[in-house]
Design a protein around this ligand. Sequence first.
Ligand SMILES: C[S@@+](CC[C@H](N)C(=O)[O-])C[C@H]1O[C@@H](n2cnc3c(N)ncnc32)[C@H](O)[C@@H]1O
Length: 191
Amino acid sequence: MFTQSIQRIENAYDSILANQTSAHLYEGLSLYGEIDLRSFADLIHSVPLSHQDVFADLGSGPGKPTLYTFLATPVQIALGFEWDAARCAFAEQLKNNILNSLEQTTSRQCLFFPHNILKTDLSNVTCAYFDATAFPVPGIIAMSQILDRLPKLHTILSLRPLIGLKKFSLLRRQRVFCSWDCQMAYLYTAR
Ligand SMILES: C[S@@+](CC[C@H](N)C(=O)[O-])C[C@H]1O[C@@H](n2cnc3c(N)ncnc32)[C@H](O)[C@@H]1O
């Protein structure tokens, strides 16, 4: 199922980009990059997720990790927040392309929002993925404080070490591949 989900996402992504330029993905508000989906799969499958979980990709770009989590884990809701409107619209297109090809209907949800993650209500989120690589230190501190206050959050996956967390401990670090290089991912769990 994991390989099948990755293949489904990569095929849909390639088929969309076969019919349009990818420039709108690269010219956005901030630096563009993606985690390799196989690395993301290794990360997310190390988290015990159930049908009660709400996953959020904080800075979801064109949406691959959000869609992967929706397709390959039991989470009830997979959310992607991305302030670059073009990338968010692409994620929506990718989602529709994939959901239209699925045979089953489901009450589970996969939703993308063109929101600034520093100004978004994340109170229902239980597992957050934060690709903080393009964030300056003050942004990482601000996001760490927001995550530390979320009442239902049990797991944070981050591509940079978070700063000043009080309610979470670092469980482990794991090497991941990204479109720019390979680096560490940091897995935090609620104390
Ligand atoms: C390196 S990309 C990662 C995309 C995706 N998570 C992945 O791994 O494929 C980080 C994304 O975060 C977005 N971003 C940066 N700051 C943001 C903010 N304050 N609110 C929402 N999105 C933000 C950027 O526009 C960019 O698309």
